[in-house]
Design a binder for this molecule. Sequence first.
Ligand code: SF4
Length: 489
Amino acid sequence: MTSPITTNPFDDDHLHEECAIFGVYDCEDAAALTALGLHALQHRGQEASGIVTFDGKLFHSQRGLGHVADIFSNEAVMRKLPGHSAIGHNRYSTTGETAERNIQPLFADFEFGGFAIGHNGNLTNALTLRKELVKRGCLFQSTTDTEVIIHLIATSTYSTVTDRMIDALRQVQGAYSLVVLTDSNLIGVRDPLGIRPLVLGKIGEKYILASETVALDIIGADFVRDVEPGEMVVIGANGLESLKPFVGADRRFCIFEYVYFARPDSKIENRSVYEARKNIGIELARESNVPADVIIPVPDSGVPAALGYAQEAKIPFELGIIRNHYVGRTFIEPTDHIRHLGVKLKHNANRAEIEGKRVILVDDSIVRGTTSIKIVEMIRAAGAKEVHMRIASPPTTHSCFYGVDTPERDKLMAARHSVEEMAKIIGVDSLAFISMDGLYRAVGEAKRDAVRPQFCDACFSGDYPITLTDQEGGANPQLSFLTEISGTR
Ligand code: SF4
């Protein structure tokens, strides 16, 4: 007998961003622009989506499970979102049901008016703060860390909304890019280290906030600049005010955004993501090339690095694996046999480009290693003479606590095995990862500064730039939040 599944057997072996955010102030068709922006940012979260608008008197909210196009394609839904200002949010969750109460933007009615908030990132002292707030009588409506910010604002003794937000954010630790909509303002904030992205754009004279520049492109907006780490931009009737309310810290943007999370057609912190990925391939070829007949990317995320690799190594690039883009989630209980078929639903070998050849496979990362094993089996079954694997990131040895869904550390293949052991388990003739300095070179730095690293690279180095306060009890708060949200993992 079949029963609904709680895991997705056809999911890939990648870390996943948990959220995308978007905001627009005083613009015609605010809700439609927000839906388009969220659509361009769908890769940052596919589980749920929400939009809150303000029409000058009232706030309106529509939120639902599923893809943006499913929730906001319907005219009747869009008619329920009147107003000239809006914020939106896409959420990623790994499994099973996502409680509707956790879908953002979250909304609260304060004494000073309505307040809607969308958050990309993860707070590392949320559980600690939440316990204190509950003791003080706060009643939580959701299990998200973002709601902690709302209660800190509610209990702040400051009078203006911006002062209350600053007061609240000075108490939180972790990664946050936020969009906030109040009766009179659209507000964007990035945490002092700027771990997650947030960009500012303009459509005519009207301001837009978005996780990535692709969301500006889709609505014909111009890129103005990145919101700076530790900056709060307050957009209102008098234009834009920039505040720098937090103690200065060295920026530590997430380097994995360049490796995998961001869309390749985005530009983040003045770097083209596509170019960064191609450079990674070039560095990888310089560091660890082997004689081969063909370079094959693991689609789609391995493509730019494979192009760079092929260009540098002067080896032909071919699409030896074809990805089926129409694989969705399945609702049948997977048997072991079906589980085994999973990767073939998503990827198929293009035999003509593989048979009898020495193949170099290029992928962006190895997390659990499950997909790599199946891909290599598939390439060998298609007649490859040799299979070498090159990875466009250093070994992923640590979990992320800053807003990326990561397996616990003991599930990460590189945390338990040497590169040689991994090569044996995956079944390749050779395996190599880009070095940390190679990755830094690819994104424009001479090398990693060992004392003050220019990026967050904690999932490769274990060097966590923000205190993991909630970790002291030994639990993974990011995962336990998700477990509560999702039921089972
Ligand atoms: Fe990005 Fe890794 Fe740092 Fe998380 S730990 S923010 S994925 S670099």
